[in-house]
Design a protein around this ligand. Structure first.
Ligand SMILES: [Zn+2]
Ligand SMILES: [Zn+2]
Length: 130
C-alpha cells in the first residue's frame, strides 16, 4: 500500500456537543466513529475499542464468554494476529481497522482507501445511527 488511508470518512463532529472518547475518556469536539460503535478521538483509540477486551484482537468479533483463548475468535485469527505482530503492522496504525471496515463496511473502506472499484456514490454527511 503506497497511499495512506484517508480517514475523513470516519470523521464527524457534533455541533457544540461535548463528546468524550469512548476509549481514553478525553473530551473532544470531533472524532472518529465506526457505525455501531461509540466515538473515539484517534485511530489508536478506535482500535482499542474494536479489538480490545471482549473482542477478537484481529477481526473485532465478540469473544465475550468464550472459553480458552479469549483474545481471538478463532485459531485462524490468532494465527493472522501473531503473523502481523511479527511482520510489522503494529496495533494502532489503522491496519486492523481497515480489515475490519473491509469486512463489515466495504463502502466506508473504499472511501478511505480510495477504492479499487471507484464508486461515485457519495453519501452526504455521516450516516446517523440513532
Ligand atoms: Zn481516545
Ligand atoms: Zn477473529
Amino acid at each position: 500500500m503506497s497511499q495512506s488511508p484517508n480517514w475523513a470518512a470516519l470523521r464527524f463532529s457534533e455541533n457544540g456537543k461535548r463528546l468524550h472518547c469512548e476509549s481514553c475518556g478525553l473530551p473532544m469536539k470531533e472524532g472518529l466513529r465506526v457505525p455501531g460503535h461509540r466515538p473515539c478521538c484517534s485511530i489508536v483509540c478506535l482500535e482499542c475499542l474494536l479489538f480490545g477486551f471482549g473482542n477478537c484482537r484481529w477481526c473485532g468479533a465478540q469473544v465475550e464468554g468464550k472459553r480458552g483463548d479469549t483474545r481471538h475468535c478463532s485459531p485462524e485469527c490468532q494465527k493472522k494476529d501473531a503473523a502481523a505482530r511479527k511482520t510489522g503492522p503494529s496495533f494502532g496504525n489503522g491496519d486492523r481497522l481497515l480489515l475490519y471496515l473491509a469486512a463489515h463496511f466495504p463502502a466506508i473502506h473504499m472511501q478511505i482507501t480510495g477504492g479499487e472499484h471507484g464508486t461515485d456514490s457519495v453519501h452526504a454527511g455521516a450516516n446517523r445511527t440513532v
